[in-house]
Design a protein around this ligand. Sequence first.
Ligand code: CDV
Length: 325
Amino acid sequence: LTLAAAQLGPIARDASRESVVRRLVSLLERAAGHGCRLVVFPEMALTTFFPRWLIEDEDEVAGFFESAMPNAQVAPLFETAARLGTGFTLGYCEQVGAGDTMRRYNTAILVDAGGNIAGKYRKVHVPGNPEFDPALGLQHLEPWYFDDGDLGFPVFDCLDTRIGMLICNDRRWPEPWRVLALQGAELVLLGYNSPAQLPDYPRQNALRTDHHQLPMRAAAYQNGLWIVASAKAGHEEGCDMMGGSCIISPSSEVVAVSSTLDDELVVYTADLGLAGEYRDFFDMSRCRRPETYGLICDRRGEGDPLTAEEWARRLRHPAGRDPGT
Ligand code: CDV
């Protein structure tokens, strides 16, 4: 299966949907020209990464969300997929309902080669600070804007394989990959927006690429998965976003990687049979011992389960920054 990560360079705060969709259509057309049947666009591929700001103007915030998919502005992407017979995954900000019952999610959809939505995932691990924190060097206000995803980790049969989707921070946690693999996923598609530096954790800065690849390489190997990871990269509205879009084989090897911080295609023809080979090697049905793993589901963190109040406090004051703890 020939796959592409369609990395995006920066998107301006005031960029129109039409201008962004034109970039996506161009990448999709180029990917089809390389024989790709599936193209992975980044997390929040239609907008700038606005959770770096606390935006109090609700009209501006609402403008970053889609309440229908496809909609008139995004339709050209779906039409191109159907015309070329090339599917895609697209990360976007989803609004459901309005008023008191409104929910907002960081969402990805899978669109098949006929241009039809074949699956949806809503980001489960929504990272960052739930409210503006003046002590932070970099705001990451995803919990301010987004509800936790409520769809679990579904898999979808599409293009003669079984596909799961994850979004950005999800990649750093071992559990989602395993949950997808236990449902027979062979291919996991992921979009991300990751700052190139973490001013609040400077000792991690030199390791950013390692901390991006390491969990995915381990997940690919431990779960027998092909992984396609696609970045929103470059200098976006004053913030440097890491690139490094890549395709990882079940052998754990990074078989293709981006070389720029701009719109770029990373293409690779994957032998899906390799997923089964690594599954056979681990033989999970025989060798896993779920009866001994109960704590993974019973506890959120080390020690006793956290109360909702403790959890909120911990989110607001990551270790070492709150003089009161
Ligand atoms: N968009 C993200 O989920 N970004 C996170 C940030 C908070 C570090 C990431 O894991 O890359």
